[in-house]
Design a protein around this ligand. Sequence first.
Ligand code: SD4
Length: 330
Amino acid sequence: MAVAGGSMMSNPTAQAQQKGLIAAKKPVFVATWNFGKPANEASLRRYTEGGSLLDAIEEGIRLTEADKSNASVGAGGKPAANGKVQLDACIMNGPGSKAGSVGGIEDIMHPISVARAVMEKTPHVMLVGEGARAFAIDQGFAPANLLTPEEHDAWKTWKKENQSLEVGEDNHDTIALVGLDGEGNLAGGCSTSGLAYKLPGRVGDSPILGSGLYVDNEIGAAGATGVGENVMRFCGSFMVVEYMRQGLHPEDACAETIRRIARLDGRPIEELHINFIAVDKQGRFGAAGTGKGFPYAVTYPGYSQVLQSKALSQRAIGIEGGNAPIDQQP
Ligand code: SD4
């Protein structure tokens, strides 16, 4: 079935667009936010050039990590309250459920690649803080100053005037990127600088397998963005995959996860600021968010678009991490 492109405003939700789509088109890459589109496209390129699905996922996320204009992932990310940029990332491969992860790593531009090295070169799954940094340097990753002059200035202003640790909707963004390859295998990755001005040492959902990302090679893959504290208490991405296992379409699985989290949490949905993306083993995809306007990107050969996710409240989400709102996309 052909999927129409066109302006975002006129696009129906992904589920309506692709009803019945069993992706004859593989590979399929699905990623969070507007910046997910160039990331997906880098993934597709890498895959088309002969890379593995994991190579492709890593490549897409590296593009976002290297983009200094993105204030919530990799270089250029907003620092913790002490002025140090602390990054979280994980990667997971469907076959064998292999995974690697780093939490609170400093001075390394590509935590996704460090996470992959943890997966492939150590008997462990997760390294944090100074140990993760030392491991990365030992593996040949060059230390770099990730704090841009703009974010340094913004942090100094925050320190002088604000010092609030409050989690809002405009101080975070994350790339979660999941994919399905031509053989029907799944993989995914997730990378973030976490919440702006977080307490030093705070680790969010993004590097936690089952929370910021989960891949089940029998069923599908899911990733999260938003306030990690409202994802990691519920194993959010794992829950999305489990709803897909029960037969739900990826979009419905994301929506049901948010509803269940809101029920358990007790606060109204619009106060949670969380979003999920998902792809299933058949290549169907979808996303849902607690507010209106969470964009996500879908890319497969011959198609690459930013789509509107299903919104579970009427509240418009803010302009997160410096991204254009959905109605101002190119
Ligand atoms: C975190 N989930 O550290 C990340 C931040 C994020 O959109 O995704 N923001 O909590």
